[in-house]
Design a binder for this molecule. Sequence first.
Ligand SMILES: [Zn+2]
Ligand SMILES: [Zn+2]
Ligand SMILES: [Zn+2]
Length: 328
Amino acid sequence: MELRKDPITRAWVIVGDEEERKLQTDGHCPFCPGSPNHPQVIATLPAEGAAGPVMAMVHPAPLYRIEGDPHRRSEGIYDVMNSVGAHEVLVQNTRHDTELWQSTEAQIVQVLRLAAQRIEDLKKDLRFKYVTVYKNQGAPAGQQFDHPTTQLTATTFVPRRVLNELRASRDFYLEKERCVFCDMLNQETRSNQRIVEMRGDYVVFCPFASRVPYEMWIMPRKHEAAFERTVHSKNANLHELAGVLRRTLQRVNCMAESFHMVLHTVPNTYQKSNILQYWKTVDEDYHWHIEVLPVMGSQAKPYFLKEVYYTPIPSELAAERLRALTVK
Ligand SMILES: [Zn+2]
Ligand SMILES: [Zn+2]
Ligand SMILES: [Zn+2]
């Protein structure tokens, strides 16, 4: 497998090898206790009650391989590199039938802690520029395993959507010396038109220009660029965040068959010499958040709607409907 860069959009594309990524499961769930093809466990956090530990494992059919050098090179005008990186599966529960939104707050807190721990650990590897934590739920969203899991990738590049966010928030900061996300939160909480839930230190809202109906963002109310720092800070109320996350996923399940969830946090800034100049203000200008994007039905979209988002439900109405749902 290799990574190819589109010279116009600057997006990296993983050019795969179908055979290489075939899962060998022999009918056993690889993540259930006692599985004969249990992947290698990288890290474990204990949990309470019947849930069992929360574990990070090597993805059984990874998109990226940990060994080797990315070997960035040119092929004429094009950029190519090896698909070096990390691809892990966060098994949030040893039980095959308990999803994140059915878990206790204590269990979700452990998942958040493990995610933060893995992000910090992988960022010590200076080859990696970004760590993405995401969940694809339901077949239309590309769910891979029946067992409840969240996935994590560490990449030698910053994915394009995050890169756009990082650049936009840096530009905003250079002009105004303010965090654009904090400004957004201020306006949203004042107008109260698109807020879905506000609980302690966390807010859930439908973004002004939602890409799909019922898109929701979870954000800390206090400015913090790095998710992993929030998780490790003493006064972060993680139970509050866990509850907010659980209810947000319950809400999205009421509205859609499947969804994508992704965490957006700061890139790897350990590599002081060359990256730090570029991300010099990132701690002030960026603000971590979790994006939840419902996948509505399985209707095929015409080409135009793949390039320009169209949502038939304005975010004000979406927020109103989401607020009205009964969740716990
Ligand atoms: Zn299982
Ligand atoms: Zn902020
Ligand atoms: Zn984002």
